[in-house]
Design a protein around this ligand. Structure first.
Ligand code: ADP
Ligand code: GLC
Length: 491
């Protein structure tokens, strides 16, 4: 095969923007296939047919009707909205047509049949990948993402001539672990009940299907790829990852520069770009009004957007609040997640009205306005495979203040004297996920902000970086070609 020949790739995920989103995976699954399609490759995206996906996908037609584990399924076909990416939805009403969150019930607990849901999905993807659904299309590469698609590489490994398989880890902490009884109930091959396959300390591990059976495993930043090979960040899988180290790599996420473009963003009160930053002040005012913060133009405004879970460290922001507020600044948080964190944030906002604002829930428009109006974007994540918000922040001139970990370490350059002098600094980086370290970094930021020229220079250095998917897509193509070489000829 010539190096430039277009590739046929099936991209399997459990969420994709704009059809269904719980986090960054959806941003990636919505944007990377499009970038590859725009480079001329035959990229096809396959997702479960959740109600939201069916609603937002536009025109769909039934491409196949088939059975998996005795359940009737349909394969629906259409386009990912706003793109030329071919879309397949696996329609199994009993498993996927339910309201609300794709993985959690109304009480915030995982759906009790998640193992079956994503096993059936995986079997359907494998059928599609092996061209057994009458599509007359056979991908050379199947690209799977996170535990929900973990059984796909395992199933494909049973095929006589499997496609090349790439598995991307977006977050190793979510593994898809289930009791042995589930393994039996799913009717998976006995041979998979082994530590060398899907068994993990007496339980069934979906993610191991990807880690063990894919030709290539990657994660979403080079630093996280290294971290997960250590006991500290390996979530018990570091040994396996070290064993496969020659097949493991890291590729930074990109961002959708169409959706996240401050010069054209419909969610902003005022649009701006690197050479014209003044309108950011209008966004900051709009943001203060919207969140009920004091109209204090002097106050530095720091924000945080994210899932309210241990990983993201919103509790660290809470614990740092006294020191941050002592600087005369304002702090705003947008997020949803764990009940205790939500309650603690709400209480903090009540105690310091006008200075601390908390918006609980999911609000895409507000997230954009926060990026477009904030002075600082706080990300004290305890671990962060890549992180997208700091990339949005860089593009929007909201200077990121981040813990030196995972993708945050790879994307933000600390404003130390040398980097500042060289014009390379883009934010503030601290070394421990602790309130004191966060507060010290914010203090450095507030001090630098008193020098408007230095501050603008910092903002512009971030805004001028290219984190587009167009650039990162090339790295995925190289990975696909390595996987093809591993899988052997004839694909
Ligand atoms: P993760 O995938 O771990 O949640 P990322 O930084 O990769 O973290 O991606 C998070 C994505 O979800 C971003 O697009 C972010 O803007 C968005 N997001 C998270 N929480 C909210 C929220 N409450 N409202 C709006 N957008 C949110
Ligand atoms: C995960 C990670 C996040 C990453 C995203 C997309 O949810 O927590 O760091 O950016 O996936 O890859």
């Amino acid at each position: 095969m010539k190096a430039e020949a277009p590739l046929r790739v099936l991209y399997a995920a459990s969420e994709a923007h704009p059809l269904v989103k719980t986090g960054g995976l959806a941003d990636v699954a919505g944007a990377l296939p499009r970038a590859l399609r725009n480079l001329g490759h035959d990229l096809r995206l396959v997702l479960p047919a959740y109600p939201a996906a069916l609603e937002r996908a536009g025109a769909l037609r039934t491409a196949a009707a088939f059975q998996v584990d005795g359940r009737p399924l349909r394969l629906l076909e259409g386009r990912l909205p706003g793109t030329r990416v071919h879309l397949y939805l696996v329609d199994c009403p009993a498993l996927f047509r339910r309201p609300g969150h794709p993985y959690l019930d109304a009480g915030g607990r995982p759906w009790p049949d998640n193992a079956e849901r994503f096993c059936v999905f995986a079997r359907a993807v494998a059928e599609l990948a092996c061209d057994r659904l009458g599509r007359r299309w056979r991908p050379q590469v199947v690209h799977c993402n996170d535990w929900q698609t973990g059984l796909v590489p395992a199933l494909l490994a049973l095929e006589p001539v499997p496609p090349a398989v790439v598995f991307t880890v977006h977050n190793l902490a979510y593994q898809g672990l289930f009791p042995h009884a589930t393994f039996t109930a799913l009717g998976l091959p006995d041979a998979w009940w082994s530590y060398q396959a899907l068994e993990f300390h007496g339980r069934l591990s979906f993610i191991k299907g990807g880690l063990v059976f894919a030709h290539r495993v990657n994660t979403v930043s080079p630093t996280y790829a290294r971290e997960i090979m250590t006991p500290a960040a390996g979530c018990g899988l570091d040994g396996l990852l070290r064993h496969r180290a020659h097949r493991v790599s890291g590729i930074l996420n990109g961002i959708d520069t169409g959706v996240w473009n401050p010069a054209r963003d419909p969610h902003l009160a005022a649009r701006f770009h690197a050479r014209r930053l003044a309108p950011r002040a209008d966004n900051r005012r709009a943001l203060r009004r919207r969140l009920g913060l004091d109209p204090d133009d002097e106050a530095v405004l720091a924000v945080h957007v994210g899932r309210l879970v241990e990983q993201k460290g919103a509790d660290i922001i809470l614990d740092a609040l006294p020191r941050l507020l002592a600087l005369g600044m304002q702090v705003a948080v947008l997020g949803s997640g764990e009940r205790a964190l939500e309650d603690a944030l709400r209480a903090a906002a009540r105690t310091r009205p006008g200075r601390v604002a908390v918006h609980l829930g999911y609000d895409e428009g507000l997230a954009h306005l926060m990026e477009g109006g904030a002075d600082l974007f706080l990300m004290p994540s305890r671990f962060e495979p890549c992180g997208l918000n700091q990339l949005y922040s860089l593009r929007y001139g909201a200077v990121p203040v981040v813990h030196r970990v995972g993708g945050l370490a790879d994307t933000v350059t600390d404003a130390g004297p040398a980097a500042l002098a060289a014009g390379e600094a883009t934010g503030f980086v601290f070394d421990a996920p602790e309130p004191g370290a966060l507060a010290a970094a914010v203090e450095r930021a507030v001090a630098l902000k008193r020098d408007p020229r230095a501050w603008t220079r910092l903002q512009r250095a971030g805004m001028r970086q290219d984190h587009s998917w167009r650039r990162r897509a090339g790295e995925y193509l190289a990975l696909y070609r390595r996987a093809l070489a591993d899988a052997g000829p004839a694909r």
